[in-house]
Design a protein around this ligand. Sequence first.
Ligand code: PMT
Length: 317
Amino acid sequence: MDSSTQSESPEEEVRSFFDSAPHLKNSDLITQRLKDFVDKNSHASENGKPRRIVCVTSGGTTVPLEQRCVRYIDNFSSGHRGAASTEYFVRAGYAVIFLYRRGSCQPYCTYLPEDSFLDFFELSEDSTIQVRQSHSAVVKKSIRDYHAAVDHGFLLELPFTTIFEYLQILQMVATSISHFGSHGMFYLAAAVSDFYVPWNDMAEHKIQSASGPLDMRLTQVPKMLSVLRKEWAPSAFCVSFKLETDPDILLKKADAALNKYQMHVVVANLLATYKQEVVAVTKSQRTTIRKHSQEAHVEEQIIELLVEKHADYLEQP
Ligand code: PMT
């Protein structure tokens, strides 16, 4: 497979991407859920100040190779970072739109043991189902925190699978929270595909192996960070992530993303150590964040720092 060279302008690339994307099947439902969530939170306040809102993206996008998809290219991400970060944002008083890959890690499940689902339960003598005593405290806490977040209007969960769904929903979210102005934040932890097969160039049916080796041309996915900053939500506070495997280029790439896409913060992480350590890069500072104990989540400290930076941003004239 090879990547295509592009001759279109960035704006044209974005337009062609959306024009050729298959329509979202449930866009009316997503619009309604977003509207209800945004209406509710735009009238809410925390400690006498307007409630802040954040869109957390989480998990990897897929690139289908066939319209009736049997095969696809995937991006590495378990969704743990986005899910854990969502919990800390809610705790800090933010309303969270959690845009997540179907089947990836969910908020309030991050402290649950990685046992199989059925290991959580047992049958009592009269055949009623109960949570095992060993898991009971942690399950109770997860249920309580999850329902509190949803019932009090702090959490809206929107799933995606493909790059087409992800970018269309991201645009809907961005335009619907744009009227929160600088009280809105984007925390873009999802691992987003860089290359895709345009819908109209894609085989309809399963690609047949009898035809020999597969030769396929991939088109570059337009970087939506620029459009997000310039058009969709120009006043929002934007945090993007930079994942690399080579430590020698990580911070250079983070600086480049900061300048090129006018991000407020770029969180730089290496595949080998991303669960233990990240560097939050801004125009004036690089802050290394390391988790302080084996059981802790590094996301707790990341969110603490970002909430501070967002507060500074809100105080700017
Ligand atoms: O989910 P976990 O297993 O816990 O892992 C978390 C993580 C390692 C996936 C996360 O910390 C992380 O680094 N996420 C970003 C990974 C990534 O795709 O990096 P990138 O260099 O390809 O993209 C940089 C930024 O550009 C991202 O914020 C992405 O949202 C954005 N992007 C990427 C491609 C594209 N076409 N448009 C974009 O806007």
